[in-house]
Design a protein around this ligand. Structure first.
Ligand SMILES: [Zn+2]
Length: 89
């Protein structure tokens, strides 16, 4: 029987804090531009770009796409704070 995270859409995984590629709860926000935010998974190194909006107190992800992988040097660009904690601030 699939668990909750197997049933979630990729967008819902991200707002719940799960990496859509490896399911680790290890997403971190990075550089922002315009309305979009880069974020990366420190477990599988997947890198993403997406737009978050706060809708009636709930975080919604308007869109996101995969933008490759981060390397060790890129990690410094991303916050040590977890994406979920960052979205609540
Ligand atoms: Zn991952």
């Amino acid at each position: 029987m699939p668990g909750l995270k197997e049933l979630l859409k990729d967008e819902d995984k991200v707002t719940a804090g799960y990496c859509p590629d490896c399911d680790a709860v290890n997403l971190h926000p990075g550089p922002q531009g315009g309305m979009s935010t880069n974020f990366a998974c420190f477990s599988c190194s997947a890198r993403f770009n997406g737009a978050f909006v706060l809708e009636s107190g709930r975080v919604e992800l308007l869109f996101f796409h995969r933008t490759g992988k981060i390397n060790e040097a890129d990690r410094g660009l991303f916050s040590r704070q977890n994406l979920c904690d960052w979205l609540k601030t």
